[in-house]
Design a protein around this ligand. Structure first.
Ligand code: SF4
Length: 291
């Protein structure tokens, strides 16, 4: 089998945010803050399989917020080194880091030294009030995003702002244009626009998504804006299209759903390692399992 991406699951479903579109959305508690032991033998098997697919990026990701488990991130980075992936990415809302820089300072240094290249910051907008509504509705304000970007750049990380596009948040070419300008001003290396995925959600998320997903027309207008204002750089099959928009890298990604599935074993999308040693090629369909 051949895969395009390699995802490694960190932590649990615990997250300090509670996004209405989240697959899990579980608040941290005593149980879910317990680290799950990692099956290192099977990580080796998954890593070797990823190498055989010539995968260039491994993504540390989670069903919740991975930075709630900083020691596990360090351990993974140490073990992943032997596979020599050129790009090692961490997907996070980065809220725990922004709220407690003292705690994360040494971790971030260590992660950089252990090979982490890129931090992908999840947002729904560049506007603090809009992000606050989704990520931190109980707090007085959202984190200082420009300050966080500067802080993470200071360690040497490359950054990607990944925007989950929802109704009234990131649904027009004008808002996308402002978002791209914000990224450029803050020297963010990459931007991903990902229309909120409307499949395989817990019931409350399904209802919210039905109300708040982009229409086909809205998606089309955003695509048109990128076509007219950018230069198409790369077409990544079943992943998305990358543009240069006034010097800013922008990817419009395809949602992970049945339409992006290819049943050819030579063209599988995602190789996913779970801490208990299971290796899967589907996030949601339990039958998509190798080990
Ligand atoms: S930040 Fe991510 S994991 Fe946390 S609630 Fe939002 S979507 Fe879920």
């Amino acid at each position: 089998m051949k895969f395009k991406m390699f995802s490694v699951v960190v932590g649990t479903e615990a997250c300090i945010a509670s996004c209405p579109f989240c697959v899990s959305g579980v608040k941290p508690n005593k149980e879910n803050l317990q680290e799950i032991n990692i099956n290192w033998r099977n990580l080796k098997i998954a890593g070797n399989l990823a190498n055989r697919s010539d995968i260039d990026t491994v993504m540390l990701t989670s069903r919740g917020e991975p930075t709630l488990f900083p020691n596990q991130i360090t351990e993974y980075l140490k073990h992943l080194k032997e596979f020599r992936f050129p790009f090692v990415e961490l997907q996070s809302n980065c809220i725990p880091i922004a709220l407690n820089k003292e705690k994360y300072e040494n971790y971030l240094k260590e992660w950089y030294n252990e090979g982490l290249t890129t931090i992908t910051i999840s947002v729904v907008s560049h506007i603090p009030e809009v992000n606050k509504k989704v990520y931190m509705p109980q707090n007085k304000s959202y984190i200082d995003l420009p300050d966080l970007i500067k802080y993470l750049h200071g360690f040497g990380f490359s950054l990607r702002l990944t925007c989950v596009c929802c109704k009234d948040m990131m649904d027009t070419p004008e808002k996308v244009d402002e978002f791209i300008k914000f990224a450029k001003q803050n020297k963010v290396e990459q931007v991903t626009l990902r229309p909120v995925n409307d499949e395989f959600r817990r019931q409350s998320a399904t209802d919210w998504i039905k109300e708040n997903r982009l229409t086909d027309n809205e998606k089309e207008k955003i695509k048109e804006y990128l076509e007219n204002n950018g230069t198409k750089l790369l077409e990544l099959e079943r992943i998305g299209t990358i543009y240069d928009v006034n010097g800013q890298n922008v990817c419009i990604s395809l949602p992970l759903n049945k339409n992006t599935r290819d049943t050819s074993p030579e063209n599988a999308r995602n190789l996913i390692f779970f801490q208990d040693g299971h290796i899967r090629y589907e996030w949601e369909m339990e039958g998509g399992i190798l080990l």
